[in-house]
Design a protein around this ligand. Structure first.
Ligand SMILES: NC(=O)c1ccc[n+]([C@@H]2O[C@H](COP(=O)([O-])OP(=O)(O)OC[C@H]3O[C@@H](n4cnc5c(N)ncnc54)[C@H](OP(=O)(O)O)[C@@H]3O)[C@@H](O)[C@H]2O)c1
Length: 361
């Protein structure tokens, strides 16, 4: 048996960086030396449940690394724009959680269950999709292969952790004064995080608005899904909604297909699809009949399920049903942990795929 090991770095120690530290450890990613962890400043941070020394990012820290996970912020001052080229020049492969390079035609946008083959030895920079896109395509790709998707309509219900640590803290602060709303008093909020108070409300506003009235988050789902499925013209429309829950994104998805596909066929396909757990069929909850008088009640996933170890790296699909208003239509409800499969797990799985292919290690 050949035992390969890897020298890896991490830039960014927000919620995504924290989960990358956990994933690397839990999945026994074969490190030859401790993960080299960097951010904008040096300090000690609790990451993945461990006290870890964080170093201020600088060029020499990339020397000798095989792979670098980027979990920093986007834009000109963001981590991957500032540091990915330096890491590549030092010989590392870079896997980026951010959006800066996702639509660059020279950069593969990868979800390992679907298109790991897009990564070759020559690929020095690999992008990981937006959290809401990852869970969507993991469920859509096998259905697309089976019956050809003709049109997609998505409404997402996205947790505050999707907007980083500052948003989690903003919701926590607002929750401490939720009783103000009972007295009809306004809840204080930081307009730099969300445009309105996030608690006790749903905001159809994730990232900035574009000239056509869609938001950037909505168009990420459209463009990234097309790129990953290799369908540049697939009709896709999205409404992205921020909801006051800490973790886990849910999506209501309406699909129209070229070929007929029944609910039962879709369940069978999804049950065999990598990375998917189907949560559908009769519920085993006795209260369905005893308390809710609903003998036909079905089971379905919610964001609460992703706290279970067996589901935190999976895409959970339920409410699978025929859309009888169109010829070949289905509705789905898709849930995943936006910080694990929606970010950290996906990048660590990409690195594992590169290891299996002998690209690193
Ligand atoms: N949250 C999600 O659900 C999710 C899902 C998929 C993808 N993503 C993407 O993953 C990335 C990280 O998300 P997050 O929620 O963890 O963000 P976050 O809470 O804002 O944390 C960002 C981290 O990056 C560091 N950083 C920022 N700019 C840097 C630079 N120029 N050089 C070095 N370090 C830098 C920050 O350092 P300091 O701590 O020193 O300020 C911080 O530790 C983002 O690109 C985000 O869009 C997030």
């Amino acid at each position: 048996m050949i035992c390969v090991t890897v020298r890896a770095g991490l830039v960014g120690v927000g919620p995504v960086g924290d989960r990358i530290v956990s994933c690397v450890r839990e999945r026994n990613f074969p490190l030859s030396e401790p993960l080299r962890v960097m951010a904008t400043s040096a300090r000690t941070e609790m990451l993945g449940g461990e006290q870890i020394q964080v170093q201020e990012t600088r060029a020499e820290l990339f020397e000798g690394l095989d792979v670098v996970f980027f979990a920093g912020r986007e834009g000109a001052k963001g981590a991957s724009v500032q540091w990915a080229q330096t890491a590549i020049e030092c010989g590392a492969y870079c896997i980026d959680n951010g959006s800066d390079f996702r639509l660059d035609p020279t950069v593969p946008l990868v979800v390992p269950e679907i298109n790991m083959d897009a990564v070759t030895e020559d690929t020095r920079l690999i992008a990981s999709p937006n959290c809401s896109t990852i869970q969507l395509v993991v469920a859509l790709a096998p259905l697309h292969r089976a019956a050809g998707i003709k049109r997609v309509v998505i409404s997402s219900y996205q947790s505050v952790s999707g907007w980083g640590q500052a948003a989690v803290e903003e919701m926590e602060r607002q929750l401490s004064e939720w009783d103000k709303s009972l007295r009809g008093e306004p809840i204080d909020f930081d307009p730099g995080v969300f445009a309105r108070p996030i608690i006790l409300d749903c905001l159809p506003h994730i990232e900035r608005f574009l000239a056509d009235g869609y938001t950037k988050e909505e168009m990420k789902m459209v463009h990234e899904t097309r790129k990953i499925l290799g369908e540049p013209d697939m009709p896709i429309t999205a409404t992205a909604v921020r909801v006051p829950i800490p973790l886990g994104h849910s999506e209501s998805v309406n699909l129209e297909f070229e070929q007929p596909i029944t609910r039962e066929e879709a369940i069978q396909i999804l049950a065999q699809a990598p990375g998917v757990v189907v949560m559908d069929g009769p519920t085993e909850d006795p209260a369905a009949v005893e308390s809710r008088n609903d003998p036909q009640e079905l089971r379905y996933p919610t964001a609460a399920d992703i706290y279970e170890d067996q589901y935190k790296d999976m895409v959970l699909v339920g409410r699978i049903r025929q859309d009888n208003t169109i010829r070949n239509g289905l509705n789905l409800w898709i849930v995943a942990d936006n910080l694990r499969k929606g970010a950290a797990t996906n990048v660590v799985q990409i690195a594992e795929g590169m290891l299996e292919r002998g690209i690193i290690g």
